[in-house]
Design a protein around this ligand. Structure first.
Ligand code: NAP
Ligand code: MG
Length: 484
């Protein structure tokens, strides 16, 4: 099998692999069995500073001078290379993050598709000419921000790198990427691929390290002109506050408590796989996980029974064996989720189904049994807080107005699904849902690289994915020329 050659203990700055100051490293754990895979560099303020300087130098050098078409060609080459190496990347992610191999493959192909999409778009972002006072010609230009910072979580490293770094590079920004300390390998592999595909030195720098050290240093660095943060609400607010001191715009892609609304006239055979998969995929560690299933009272028992059947068949196991559900990212995350399950028990919530954890699972793996809770009231803590584990709650509703009120009744607003055969209702409901994306008679549209994505309320602001991301990763300049 081919491999991607890089130094797991290094940071990647200005096209070079180098150690972090004082050779500091951190352990990287395989959550499927708790073993240490390797050590990674523990970058901090010094490495972040060097990376920002390298990125600025790239903008002042060949990268800044490159045509949009050439940037697009490099991104397209990177996409092709990611496709060739998809198996290797998926196995890396399985070991590092505990992501079942097929789900890692889907992430690798999504990363390739982002690079292809943004590579193709790089030379198609245009300004406008504006009808203005006679004697003037007025026009707009889309320009890169400059150095952009990208802080990425551990749950979908490849996809999030694709949608944020891919779009930023297409617009001609130079990037400093801080992957999550628990998920660095594919970010480093991506740096290697970018380098091999001809991305100029400094256009992409990768600094693994702790959030409070490397992440915080990136958020407050005065040389950064835009920040893209994906992660928790609390850290997102912190990053935005740090960026505000430098008057730097921030895109925040935060958490969710996304509902799927199932009306009595829905095609349940079509809906069922989406209702369950969107909750347990990636062991529920998905920002857009459909963690709340809202079901019309007439069909409530039937839907719960049919979801329960599916839960009982879910296979949980080490990611490299490609089960339906792998481990959670860490022992800490497992404890958080188990805490929610204990709270469910304490308040007498009914477990409608639970997948089995077999005795032969590695004992230091971070496994949690996928659990379906029904019925649950929408004001219960388990229906309000993001659990980030394979736990779904099923909530009954009476009519359309009740469904909309409950769907909108959390602090979040990321994604929603609507299942109905009534086209008018689908549109009516979709327009009243407070969130960034609504899917009708599907959920997630298979990832949808082309579809703008992001939240309202506590789910964040700004949009990534699709063409829209290119506007976020650029700034608009207006030029007014006076002539005779
Ligand atoms: P997190 O703790 O907020 O971490 C996200 C990133 O921020 C990591 O790279 C982390 O580094 C870094 N970080 C931590 N503390 C920091 C600080 N003080 N300053 C700057 N950076 C810091 O989130 P997580 O637990 O990894 O991810 C789960 C959360 O992300 C969930 O809430 C989920 O919904 C959300 N999420 C949202 C989306 C979306 O698109 N909306 C996608 C995926 C995940 P370290 O990990 O190295 O500490
Ligand atoms: Mg790991």
């Amino acid at each position: 099998m081919q491999s991607i050659d890089f130094d797991t203990r290094a940071v990647f700055i200005a096209g070079h692999w180098q150690s972090a100051s004082f050779g500091r490293t951190l352990p990287l754990i395989n959550p499927s069995d708790g073993s240490e895979l390797t050590q990674i560099a523990r970058g901090g303020p010094a490495e972040i500073d060097a990376a920002v300087v390298a990125a600025q130098a790239a903008l002042d050098g060949p990268w800044g001078a490159m045509s949009a078409a050439e940037r697009g060609r490099i991104l397209a080459r990177m996409g092709a290379r990611v496709t060739e190496m998809a198996d290797v990347l998926a196995r890396m992610e399985a070991l590092d993050v505990g992501k079942p191999v097929k789900q890692g493959l889907a992430d690798a192909h999504a990363l390739a598709r982002y690079l292809e999409f943004y590579g193709g778009a790089a030379d198609k972002v245009m300004g406008e000419t504006i009808p203005f006072t006679p004697g003037y010609t007025a026009l707009t230009l889309r320009e890169p921000h400059g150095v952009t910072g990208h802080i990425v979580p551990w749950n979908y490293p490849m996809q999030i790198i694709g949608r944020s770094v891919g779009a930023a590079l297409a617009m001609g920004n130079a990037c400093v990427l801080k992957p999550a300390e628990e998920a660095c390998l594919t970010a480093l592999a991506f740096a290697r691929i970018a380098h091999d595909c001809g991305l100029p030195a400094g256009a992409l720098n990768v600094v693994p390290g702790l959030g409070e050290e490397a992440g915080a240093a990136l958020s407050r660095h005065h040389g950064v002109r835009h920040l893209s943060f994906t992660g928790s609400v609390a850290v997102g607010q912190h990053v935005q506050a740090a960026a505000a001191r430098n008057t730097v715009p921030v895109t925040l892609e935060l958490g969710g408590k996304s509902p799927q609304l199932v009306f009595a006239d829905a095609d349940l055979d079509a809906a069922l796989p989406f209702l369950v998969n969107a909750g347990v995929q990636n062991a529920g560690q998905t920002c857009s996980a459909a963690s709340r299933i809202l079901v019309q009272a007439d069909i409530f028992d039937d839907v719960v029974a049919r979801m329960a059947e599916r839960y009982k068949k879910l296979v949980v196991g080490p990611a490299i064996h490609d089960p339906d559900v792998g481990p959670l990212i860490s022992a800490r995350q497992r404890e958080l989720v188990q805490g929610y399950l204990a709270a469910a028990r304490d308040s007498g919530l009914r477990v409608a189904a639970q997948a089995e954890l077999h005795d032969d699972l590695p004992k230091n793996g971070c496994y949690v049994a996928p659990t379906l809770l029904a019925p649950v009231r929408n004001d219960h803590r388990l229906a309000q807080e993001e659990i980030f584990g394979p736990v779904q709650v099923v909530i009954p509703f009476d009519d359309e107005a009740d469904a909309i009120a409950q769907a909108n009744g959390t602090a979040f607003g990321l994604v929603a699904g609507v299942w109905t055969r009534d086209g008018s209702r689908a549109l009516r409901v979709a327009r009243r849902l407070q969130c960034g994306q609504v899917f009708v008679n599907n959920y997630g549209a298979g990832g949808g690289v082309e579809l703008p994505f992001g939240g309202v309320k506590s789910s964040g602001h700004g949009r990534e994915k699709g063409f829209e991301a290119l506007y976020g990763f650029s700034t608009l300049k207006t030029i007014a020329i006076k002539h005779d």
